[in-house]
Design a protein around this ligand. Sequence first.
Ligand code: FAD
Length: 517
Amino acid sequence: LSCIIARINPCSNLPFTTPTESDLESSLIRSSLMTLNLDGHFSFDDVHHAARDFGNRYHFLPCTILRPESVSDIATTIKHIFHMGPSSALTVAARGHGHSLQGQSQAHGGVVINMESLNEPAMRVHAGELPYVDVSGGELWINILHENLKYGLAPKSWTDYLHLTVGGTLSNAGISGQAFRHGPQLSNVYQLEVVTGKGEVMNCSDNQNADLFYSVLGGLGQFGIITRARIALEPAPKMVKWIRVLYSNFSIFAKDQEYLTSAKNTFDYIEGFVIINKTGLLNNWRLSFNPQDPVQASRFNSDGRTLFCLEMAKNFNPDETDTMNQEVESLLSQLSYIPSTLFLTEVSYLEFLDRVHISEKKLRSKGLWEVPHPWLNLLIPRTRIHKFAEVVFGNILTDTSNGPILIYPLNKSKWDSRTSVVTPEEETFYLVAFLSSAMPSSTGTDGLEHILIQNKRILDFCERAHLGMKQYLPHYTNQEEWRAHFGPRWESFVQKKSAYDPLAILAPGQKIFRKAI
Ligand code: FAD
């Protein structure tokens, strides 16, 4: 096995490169892995789908896919690879739902672990004063929601889209419109079970193996594979009042957003998005919204203007409708949106949380879901967001036809500084998410090349203007860039890597460390 060298070219995005030196070498790997005594099994034939992700731009073929049925399958496999020592180039990537953007859950010539096959532990909801649920690291958040709703409970913090796994989002942060109140998903976890890069199975929490616990949260899969998580719950509301209002002035929009995200009595969910030069806006909105007053709303003409949409939600149960309406009215009365642009509706809690899935189904039916997604997610300090908005929304982008641009503030005090995730220095920072879709083979403004150039212009501006920006779902191709991303925390990140995954076996698709061979 010593001669097996998976030649990783971090910059390559060529489709399906040959992973190993020869058939002989892959058959050696195969027979070595086949000696392991597992509850699940390895697949060697259908490996192509593990060389794909939502980004649809990077394709690295693994040697095999492990479909584990127990935690011990994962531990046995990693231990086996660890004991091969540095002479083997074999790496391991946990694949949650494969919704990474740049090959982060892929392993060139390595083992991809299909986390959704992991059958244990069975999901168990614990009601009581401090309710929680124990779930497998490969569980989808949508399944967790369905199961918990049976008990009138639900997790506190979400992502906008729920067809993602627990391990996949906790390795990043897990952010949505609830994060200003509850922090990201990684601030709402009590305990983890992790298989380290040495194949050890370890339980960890704030008071047991705390260093491993905080390293793994936001750790980009570098320190261990999350096989179980204990997630904090709260009583689930039955209904949600869902509201959108528009602004034409960014400063007023941002002031209102910050007011709401710092107020004590406020909405349960706060996000926002940008609309640049998009025509037919009202027609699009009507698909998911019933304006309270269609006559007033239709007088409103958006064409050719840059607008900022504040999106809010208030949870309630049917017997609290009157009180909720009064609270909403009082909160809205303090905002300075364009008065004719109040859109509001009531939907079930499930419908609200699973809202992106409806768009997914529509896009899938038009063949527009499995296109390249050159997404860019940035965290911008509050004091620099006005400059950012002026240049990016005013000069760099000419329209938002390639996909939504989300923008909303988050509070650093809700993020535990002991986790691995890196955020800007200031207490308040904005998530700005450019969620573009590229039309395959287009050479126009909706093509991949054009969008990538725009992304680069945005990143270059952030650097030139010293905005103190940090990438969310970061993507870099060399260690110098990673060092800059982590800043003063880089040395500690490296130390933790050498403690928990000394051979750099785990999550090679992040391109932070290379297995030494
Ligand atoms: P994968 O892509 O499979 O894996 C991601 C990384 O985590 C890889 O490095 C992988 O090796 C590692 N990993 C996976 N499972 C484990 C595990 N069990 N233990 C350790 N490491 C593991 N993010 C937000 O925060 N908020 C959003 O609102 C949001 N919306 C999104 C909407 C869509 C349509 C998409 C495609 C993505 C969205 N994301 C959002 C980003 C998403 O959270 C990340 O891409 C996440 O990593 C995807 O989860 P996954 O289960 O598909 O992980």
